[in-house]
Design a protein around this ligand. Structure first.
Ligand code: HEM
Length: 500
């Protein structure tokens, strides 16, 4: 018996030594040479690193690495490499970068998207999924989604110049309803304003310039408050105050309503009623905030991109309207039940996810050394699927800058962008199905009720371009278009709006 235990231990030790040896002798994936100390900082911190890095594929292949200030970065420029690493090896490739200022000192690291991989992250995802499953996998949300989409159209018609603001406000109202049971008020809603400030703080403290605190973490973490120029402490206090307002405040709003017995259905109220207790209550608070945060960073800008695409490609808009008119008719507005009968509208939704990538380089971090195709990827490497490049690669998507829903219709369809656009593996977007359903119903409802055309001033037509604010999050820049009601459906809309 003792001998067998010894055998097993020796075999284990031998295996360990072989792995260490292979790891030591393996080289890093190829990549551009860097400057001393800062390595490839210039490329990584560029305005649109996904573009520069994607262009390197021709020289270095489908994945390549860079090093900067002691951190390894591995860029995954094909679906295969992204899946091999972030899905098939997800047990060791699902951590997140740790940002000292934003995540640790302020505390945003407790939100689901930023949590380190481990038990807490699993608990977050479990509670999220439990809520979705309890709602028949979203079906119970459909009536609220449809009602919110109708309100959206109504607001757009009232004030078409504020189209983009309506995209944000309306989808935000829907998500706050299902996360906290909160009804957004007209005008400056206090909770919305607070949440906006929180998101701004997250974006600012995670912006590349602010990574300074991460570069010199050992110095700055222990910097005394009286130290000259140390505005960092102020930033930390401001951020912590925002957490208390934007994360704790809405949670307490639900608790108060529960105590009064009139809490509207929501993620928090439903799971508390189902008996979520102890530490999990604290988690619920962050899960519901994470839901709001992740949604707000992506869905509204996707919806504005739809209006831009329709202004740029009027023929696509007309074809989609014709499909909606044929399938839905003039007597009613589209509902989620129409989804399967509207292939062209669905293809528009799919093309939107490809054409308008919101998170071009989602970051996973490895928790162990690994060998991939003979190359060493050291523990702690940032693993970044280049989602933008994968979905703009002309070998996969000919004329990638053209918005063309036909890619996803008929024979020889191009690959579904959903393989990568919602991320991968154990960090894949938790709201993908919800986002898809929202995008569908807002688009279908817009096609049925609105006419979108190019803006003209003094007889000169403004030719729209796909203009983007590049960064870790990509957003469509403000654009102009003309929106008018399609008369037959709008009366119906008014009646329905009045009755909700
Ligand atoms: C079109 C809209 C959306 C897009 C394109 C999108 C995309 C993404 C991407 C790329 C990630 C990172 C995945 C990774 O690191 O591999 C992510 C994470 C996440 N998304 Fe979304 N998302 C959208 C809408 C939503 C909505 C509506 C919700 C919630 C209701 C949501 C909740 C989340 C959460 C909680 C995470 C963090 C997952 C984790 O770290 O474990 N997303 N999303």
């Amino acid at each position: 018996m003792g001998v067998r235990v010894l055998d097993v231990s020796l075999a284990g030790l031998a295996l360990y030594l072989v792995v260490r040896l292979v790891c030591r002798s393996a080289s890093l994936p190829p990549g551009p040479p860097g400057l001393p100390l800062i390595g490839n900082l210039r490329i990584i911190r560029a305005e649109a690193p996904h573009k520069t890095l994607g262009a390197m594929t021709s020289k270095y292949g489908k994945y390549h690495s860079s090093r900067s200030l002691g951190t390894h970065y591995v860029f995954l420029n094909s679906t295969k490499a992204a899946k091999d690493i972030c899905e098939q090896r997800s047990a060791i490739t699902s951590n997140r970068p740790h940002l000292v200022l934003s995540h640790e000192l302020i505390g945003w690291g407790s939100a689901t998207p930023f949590l380190p991989y481990g038990d807490m992250h699993r608990k977050h995802r479990k509670l999220f999924v439990r809520y979705l499953l309890a709602n028949s996998n979203l079906v119970t949300f459909y009536p609220s989604e449809e009602a919110e989409a109708r309100r959206f159209i109504f607001s757009v018609l009232m004030n078409p110049d504020d189209l983009v603001a309506h995209c944000y406000r309306s989808t935000e109202a829907f998500i706050l309803k299902i996360s906290h049971g909160y009804s957004v008020k007209d005008g400056n809603d206090p909770l919305v304003e607070m949440s906006k400030r929180a998101i701004r703080n997250i974006s600012e403290t995670m912006a590349p310039g602010r990574f300074l605190v991460d570069f010199s973490r050992f110095v700055l973490r222990y910097l005394p408050e009286w130290f000259p120029g140390g505005s960092l402490h102020e930033d930390v206090k401001r951020g912590q105050k925002l957490i208390s307002e934007a994360v704790n405040g809405p949670y307490e709003f639900v608790l108060k309503n529960l105590a009064k017995g009139d809490a509207a259905p929501s993620l928090i109220s439903q799971l508390l009623r189902e008996g979520v207790i102890g530490e999990d209550k604290e988690i619920l608070k962050w899960v519901s905030f994470g839901m709001y945060l992740a949604h707000q960073l992506q869905t509204p800008s996707m919806l504005s991109a739809f209006f831009l695409a329709m202004t740029m490609y009027p023929e696509v808009f007309k074809k989609a309207q014709a499909e909606v008119d044929t399938v839905v008719g003039n007597e009613r507005l589209p509902t989620m039940e129409d989804r399967d009968g509207l292939p062209y509208v669905n293809a528009i939704c799919t093309e939107l996810l490809r054409w308008n990538v919101g998170i071009p380089l989602p970051a996973h971090v490895s928790t162990e050394d690994m060998i991939y195709e003979g190359y060493l990827i050291p523990k702690g490497s940032w693993l970044m699927p280049n989602v933008w490049y994968i979905l703009s690669n002309p070998e996969t998507y000919p004329f990638p800058e053209t918005f063309d829903p036909e890619r996803f219709l008929g024979e020889n369809q191009q690959p579904d962008p959903q393989e990568v656009c919602f991320g991968l593996g154990r960090r894949r977007c938790l709201g993908a199905r919800l986002a898809e359903s929202m995008i569908f119903i807002y688009i279908a409802m817009s096609l049925a009720t609105l006419d979108v055309s190019r803006y003209a001033e003094d007889g000169v037509e403004w030719v729209p371009r796909y203009d983007i604010d590049e960064g870790m999050l990509r957003r469509v820049k403000p654009f102009k278009c003309k929106i008018a009601p399609r008369s037959s459906k709008v009366e119906d809309l008014r009646t329905r709006f009045d009755s909700t």
